[in-house]
Design a protein around this ligand. Structure first.
Ligand code: FE2
Length: 482
């Protein structure tokens, strides 16, 4: 921490034991600020670098991300890792920070033997039987619960893909697999959508073994009340989906699981554009699923969707094809898809000519008409040589009504997803803040920053110094009152 506080340059001039894991990898998504941290720490009264903490904000920004404790034996970004949650709590104009691993069953096995045991999701490696004890998972990859962290029914849940989530307490201690009020853990994805009127949480489960998707409905108290099966042509990976007031919308791009390919040493996840795009509209009134077909594309992430007359509007980040790791298609652009329910067809068109990812809206307006989306992009002020995919330095507020945007350019500092923080007593969709972790390579340190969601280009509302580097992560959320 001394080096972190000492200023630019000194951290590398005077190396000392730091928070980082002791191993290194050639993978760019395990290097730089993607290098995991090992130290779990807590810090009270974070120093204010500039601005002021809004005194009426009470809650926490929690963010998860892949942070493998041991040097991986099969790692593909963003499919593998151990979860680590970084949290900044705000209360009464003061701030505190805490970071903790998600203590999954798989991580417990690896901690017991002192090295990585499980392979990766795209490149599975069966565990060595001598490393396992009775009850340990034999699956050739690990549920690290590293992709997202949400709050539902009064519970904090760390989420992965197509597997169980892990319940955490507000101190970020891992309590165990989330059962959603049933007698066993439920399987669900990382991205879920909450209905604006009922408070029901809709969650998606896909399988790498079977050609079926399942949409779970979990009521506002956190109890699983319904599971809707949806058949597909092949076992299919779907990372995110959207909800409107009337429909669950599954955009089923042809990123499929091919176990024969994995056995031949290729990625288990394969892009099969010949299968085309199939969009499932699942009416919330219980009527039959409707399929709409078109040309293949891929979407990891959706900003939002809403009903508009006989149309469904879907704002999302469009990838021309599916790719992984350093092969990922980085030309990802913000698109609007318009589904015509009368014709049974869709069109999609770019809203902006810039590479973006991790789009977010004000979560209180999810499934309702939204005008603003907030997302990171990369500008020319970032001078890091050959930054890997998912390296961004500019937060964009995009106005879908006018097609214009406002930007906060962090220069040579790196950001990730920005989460919306509603202002207490908020008046309107954009009345609030955008919460971000910002990494400064010059001093190998991070800050927590709030931008004014109505004026992101302005000086940050507050910049807080963090006691250690926060690695690049995936998704997080502001949770009121914790
Ligand atoms: Fe995601």
């Amino acid at each position: 921490m001394t080096a972190f506080l000492a200023g630019p340059g000194l951290a590398s001039d005077r190396p000392e034991p730091g928070p980082d894991v002791p191993w290194r990898s050639d993978d760019p998504h395990l290097s730089g600020n993607f290098l995991p941290v090992l130290r779990e720490t807590t810090a009270e009264d974070l120093p204010v670098v500039s601005g002021r903490i809004p005194a009426d904000l009470r809650g926490a920004y929690l963010r998860n991300g892949p942070n493998p404790m041991f040097k991986p034996i099969g790692f593909t970004y963003p499919l593998d890792g151990d979860g680590m949650i970084h949290a900044v709590h705000l209360d009464g104009g003061r701030a505190r920070y805490r970071n903790r691993f998600v203590r999954t069953k798989g991580l417990a096995v690896e901690q017991r033997v002192g090295h990585a045991v499980y392979g990766g999701f795209a490149h599975p490696v069966p565990p060595d039987p001598k490393d396992l004890q009775a009850g340990d998972s034999h699956v050739p990859f690990k549920n690290g619960a590293f992709v997202n962290v949400i709050s539902h029914g009064g519970r904090l849940i760390a989420l992965n893909e197509a597997t169980s989530g892990y319940e955490m307490n507000p101190a970020l201690e891992t309590l165990g697999e989330w059962t959603a009020g049933t007698d066993q853990p439920i399987r669900l994805g990382a991205h879920n959508r909450r209905h604006p009127r009922t408070g029901d949480l809709f969650a998606l489960e896909y399988s790498w073994r079977e050609p079926v998707l399942r949409v779970h409905r979990i009521d506002a108290s956190g109890t699983l009340v319904q599971s809707i099966p949806v058949a597909t042509a092949m076992p299919t990976m779907i990372h995110d989906f959207v909800l409107t007031e009337r429909y669950i919308v599954l955009v089923v791009g042809p990123a499929v699981f091919d176990r024969a390919a994995a056995k031949a040493g290729q990625s288990m996840l394969q892009w099969r554009p010949d299968l085309g795009m199939r969009i499932a509209l699942i009416p919330l009134d219980g009527s039959a699923v409707r399929w709409i077909e078109g040309d293949a594309f891929f979407a990891y992430h959706f900003a939002n969707a809403f009903d508009r007359g006989n149309q469904v509007i879907v704002d999302y980040v469009h990838h021309g094809a599916f790719g992984l790791g350093s092969d990922a298609d980085t030309s990802s652009t913000f698109h609007r898809m318009t589904i015509d329910l009368t014709r049974g067809s869709f069109v999609t068109a770019p809203l902006a000519d810039m590479t973006v990812e991790f789009p977010r809206v004000n979560h209180r307006f999810e499934a309702l008409p939204t005008r603003y989306a907030y997302m990171p992009t990369r500008s020319s002020t970032l001078t890091l040589p050959d930054p890997p995919a998912a390296t961004f330095n500019t937060l964009v507020r995009f106005d879908t009504a006018t097609g214009t945007d406002a930007r906060h350019d962090f220069g040579n500092r790196i950001i990730g997803e920005g989460a919306f923080v509603p202002r207490p007593g908020a008046d309107g969709e954009d009345d609030g803040y955008i919460a971000l972790f910002v990494y400064d390579p010059a001093r190998n340190g991070s800050t927590f920053e709030l931008l004014n969601a109505r004026d992101v280009a302005a000086e940050p509302v507050v910049v807080l110094q963090l006691p250690q580097r926060v690695p690049q992560g995936l998704h997080g959320n502001w949770i009121d009152g914790i």
